[in-house]
Design a protein around this ligand. Structure first.
Ligand code: NAD
Ligand code: TYD
Length: 348
């Protein structure tokens, strides 16, 4: 059976990708490599842990010797690389951790993959999952396309940009068969409650302040996580080598409008009177280097591979809120211990 390595499969997006591949491709042997940092959680993929075509390996991509021996042992023919430090606010506090995992970790995977297959890359693929944040920020007009120059503004996006450049460079220099996708903001089940949507859902449930950065007029393009996993599946199987594809939701929202919508939906779900949750909105100090607007032109993946989002924002938010309300235990587990410390430092 062909062995495929998925990194970061215990995290938010990775868990949806792993589940999709394990269920859809019984002829592929899916190896999920994850260090189980604060963001990784085996609960996210509990439902597939006993599937015959699935193996979990706890391990760190920054450990080159470990990565090399893993590749030598299993001879992975495909890699889908999602493991990363992923939160902008944490990258402002500890940029080096982002260089280690996002840049050096990616390099270790590239080196191991190259060393294994350099004599014959036929049928092999290295898929690097990246973000639209590498393009920097937009003004009020325009969209990011695949040819927009990179201009990252946060340590997170700079580390992702660096890793994208290395993947591309390995393609040019060593002929490594790669694809890269740059996706907009995801939301959905299993999203760690440090990012806007799950953090605010959790705070609304617990009647805690909703910390809106700055004036709240920052814009993001939101995509339901399973639609991202669908796109990854499609690009992995049908994308062209040495190509980049942008993935987006065609769904721009100013933060403050999104937060108000979330409050309205949650009032209904929690049986609160209209406007009650909105009272929790609290404007707080802005994030340094805060990108004003992200918006993706996803016409390339649409025209070449026929991908488009399948879930509307209303449907996606409904499913997401339902999931958090039905998974209180998950939420409680991930918000205990270290989370409390992070939260009070970040929002003191
Ligand atoms: P996440 O933080 O939820 O999960 C990251 C996973 O990587 C965790 O399971 C963690 O344990 C694992 N990990 C971290 N460091 C590791 C290491 N050194 N070795 C092995 N595993 C390690 O992140 P996510 O939101 O699921 O993002 C996944 C990927 O998608 C990232 O590469 C991110 O840059 C990219 N991306 C995310 C978004 C988004 O909106 N979340 C949008 C576009 C692209
Ligand atoms: P986030 O979910 O961290 O994603 P990213 O910064 O990668 O886009 O943040 C989404 C937007 O929400 C961003 O403009 C920052 C803002 N935000 C807040 O206003 N308050 C918060 O507590 C957080 C976490 C984010």
């Amino acid at each position: 059976m062909k062995k495929i390595l998925i990194t970061g499969g215990a995290g938010f997006i990775g868990s949806h990708v792993v589940r999709r591949f394990v269920k859809r491709y019984p002829d592929l042997n899916i190896f999920n490599l994850d260090a189980l940092t604060y963001a990784g959680n085996l609960e996210n993929i509990k439902d597939i842990e006993n599937q015959p075509n699935y193996v979990f390996i706890k391990g760190d991509i920054t450990d080159a010797d470990f990565i090399n021996s893993l590749f030598n042992e299993h001879k992975f023919e495909g890699v889908i690389h999602l493991a990363a430090e992923s939160h902008v606010d944490r990258s402002i506090t500890d940029p080096l951790a982002f260089v280690k995992t996002n840049v050096i970790g990616t390099m270790n995977l590239l080196n191991a993959f190259r060393d294994l297959w350099k004599d014959n890359y036929d049928g092999k693929r290295f898929y690097h999952v990246s973000t639209d944040e590498v393009y920097g920020t937009l003004g009020t007009e325009g969209l990011f396309t695949e040819t927009t120059p990179y201009s990252p503004n946060s340590p997170y996006s700079a580390s992702k940009a660096a890793s994208d450049h290395f993947v591309r460079a390995y393609g040019e220099t060593y002929g490594l068969p790669y694809v890269i996708t740059n996706c907009s903001n995801n939301y959905g089940p299993n999203h760690f409650p440090e990012k806007l949507i799950p953090l605010f859902i959790n705070n609304i449930i617990n009647n805690k302040p909703l910390p809106v950065y700055g004036d709240g007029k920052y814009t993001r393009d939101w995509l339901y996580v399973e639609d991202h996993a669908r796109a990854i599946d499609l690009v992995f199987h049908e994308g062209k080598n040495h190509e980049t594809y942008n993935i987006g939701g065609f769904n721009e929202w100013q933060n403050i409008d999104l937060v108000k919508l979330l409050c309205t939906l949650m009032d209904v779900k929690l049986g609160r009177t209209e406007g009650e949750s909105e009272k929790l909105i609290t404007y707080v100090k802005d994030r340094p280097g805060h990108d004003l607007r992200y918006a993706i032109d996803a016409s390339k993946i649409n025209k070449e591979l026929g991908w488009e989002p399948s879930v509307t924002f209303e449907q996606g938010l409904e499913k997401t809120i339902e999931w958090y309300l039905n998974n209180e235990e998950w939420l409680k587990n991930v918000t205990s211990g270290a989370y409390t410390e992070y939260y009070s430092k970040q929002y003191q």
